[in-house]
Write a protein that binds this ligand. Structure first.
Ligand SMILES: [Zn+2]
Length: 226
């Protein structure tokens, strides 16, 4: 059994009953090998790693989404990630992180991403069943950037619906947070993104004009961020 600490990105494995391992930052631990596996620490910052290398959050071993109707209301049903029936939608969450110089923290999506690879965007992700969109953002920022942010500091901007030919419809809860983050404190999750930087509004607009920004995300918020 292998787990990944989302605080320090350390991957640890216990091979036998008395093989106790701690991650580098001591936030989580694993013991007991495969037969008596015991995992310690804050489960929201732990991912399981399967034999084939895929990662699943500890709290939701299979990633489930709340099923929304086409108006964005919860139906009370959950479905497995990516298996939306026709006419339904799911919930996503985006965060725009802005520093005191009014720069925007943007990340370049990994070239291996199925949707919009190799373009710049804000940080965000799919809401897992049982989470609020704010929970999702806290989790995604920790997973992708290794940074802790606080829900109390979020400002809700808006919710809007996105539907593209190649993706299922998603309602995006969009938030803004004012926070100064030292770029050197960021530890990126390399399977999700390749680069992160602070950019001015004008730089983002230029990336957008050159087709290098996730276009519908920028279009939806650019006037609000100016
Ligand atoms: Zn750790």
């Amino acid at each position: 059994m292998k787990i990944k600490c989302l605080k320090c990105n350390d991957i640890i494995e216990s091979f036998s009953t008395h093989d106790y391992k701690n991650c580098k930052c001591d936030a989580c631990s694993i013991d007991g090998g495969n037969d008596y596996t015991r995992i310690g620490g804050d489960t929201q910052y732990i991912n399981f790693i399967d034999k084939d290398g895929t990662q699943k959050s500890f709290q939701n071993n299979i990633e489930m989404w709340d099923l929304l109707d086409d108006k964005g209301h919860k139906t009370g049903r959950t479905i497995e990630r990516g298996k939306l029936p026709e006419g339904f939608a799911h919930l996503g969450a985006d965060i725009w992180i802005i520093n005191s110089k009014n720069e925007i923290l943007i990340q370049k999506r990994s070239i291996n991403k199925r949707h919009s690879p190799n373009v710049w965007a804000m940080t965000g992700g799919s809401v897992i069943a049982g989470e609020t969109s704010e929970d999702t953002i806290v989790r995604e920022v920790m997973e992708e950037l290794g940074i802790e942010i606080k829900k109390e500091n979020f400002n809700f901007i808006k919710q809007y619906k996105v539907k593209h030919r190649e993706t299922s419809p998603v309602f995006l809860d969009t938030y803004l947070i004012k926070q100064d983050i030292d770029i050197n404190d960021i530890r990126i999750q390399e399977d999700e993104l390749s680069e992160v930087k602070w950019a001015t509004w004008e730089e983002c607009e230029e990336l957008y004009n050159n087709g290098q920004f996730m276009h519908f995300r920028w279009e939806a918020v650019k006037d609000l961020l100016k």
